[in-house]
Design a protein around this ligand. Structure first.
Ligand code: DGL
Length: 287
């Protein structure tokens, strides 16, 4: 049987924080990473647009031979995963699998809190989808969950401003707003793959004793368990410890940013021959 790498997808760089933990947990597996940088951020985009973009990228992974694709992006997991799993996969190829990051996180989230009050920080899209409220309620109905969208945070990270006074301002503002919604919160989930890059500021401005939960390790452990349980899928995954990186954006930008997220230098390939159309015309983003 032909074996292929596992696909890891994000709207841009953020998924590299997840891939980093997956590689640490499962170093022997091969991975292909695709960042849709040309069309990021996904956070403010309408549901249908995120779905269409994500589906195009998933199909691209299938063309590369991947049998398993991880949507390492909360916004894509919230707004595209269900449609892809239920509507598209049965028509494209029933043997392929696409998994997201919200379910594995929700399965564990209740184990972090003593007060049974959790705060979620995420993009506008993830917050509006209410996916975390719905999924957490399935596994931990006794836990109260409140959300806060942090629309400026992705841009702060993308533009390398995570150690600036601007970052202090917006990090403090959203943490304060979250805590105003529920003063009993003792654990805060960073439900956006970019936010771990702001962890220093988040810890500085969070009230003492609040646990800050990152997703990377949770997703990595869950994937490892999934592959142990699903031998047929595991047998289709190649294991030569290789990592390949692709972007719909510019190589120079990706290579210079990626090490911040991935923890080591990467050498990305620009995708030009993909069913992905440019989304900027005269500086305007077409939604
Ligand atoms: N990677 C996305 C997430 O985890 C955030 C970045 C974006 O808005 O595209 O939600």
């Amino acid at each position: 049987m032909k074996k292929n790498p596992i696909g890891v997808f994000d709207s841009g760089y953020g998924g590299l924080t997840v891939l980093k933990e997956i590689c640490a947990t499962m170093p022997e597996y091969d991975f292909i990473y695709l960042g849709d940088n040309a069309r990021a951020p996904y956070g403010p985009l309408p549901f249908e647009t995120v779905y269409q973009y994500t589906l195009q990228c998933v199909k691209w992974f299938f063309e590369q031979g991947c049998s398993l694709v991880i949507l390492a992006c909360n916004t894509a997991s919230a707004k595209a995963l269900r449609n892809i799993q239920q509507k598209d996969l049965p028509n494209i190829d029933k043997t392929k699998r696409v998994l997201g990051v919200i379910r594995p996180t929700s399965e564990l989230i209740g184990t972090f809190t003593n007060t049974k009050h959790i705060g979620i920080l995420a993009t506008v899209g993830t917050v509006l989808s209410e996916s975390y409220l719905i999924e957490t309620n399935k596994f931990f109905p006794e836990i109260a969950v409140v959300q806060e969208a942090c629309p400026e945070w992705v841009e702060l990270v993308e533009t390398g401003k995570q150690n600036t006074a601007e970052a202090d301002f917006f990090v403090k503002m959203h943490l304060d707003k979250l805590m105003e919604k529920d003063k009993n919160i003792d654990s805060i989930l960073l439900a956006c793959t970019h936010y771990p890059l702001l962890i220093k500021k988040i810890k500085e401005h969070a009230a003492p004793g609040i646990k800050i939960i990152e997703q990377g390790k949770i997703v990595a452990t869950s994937l490892q368990k999934y592959l142990k349980k699903h031998e047929k899928i595991d047998n289709k995954c190649s294991k030569n410890s290789s990592r390949f990186f692709f972007t719909t954006g510019k190589k120079q930008d990706f290579d210079s940013h990626a090490s911040l997220f991935f923890g080591e230098q990467v050498n990305v390939t620009e995708i030009i021959d993909i069913n992905i159309k440019p989304t900027y015309t005269n500086g305007l983003k077409i939604l």
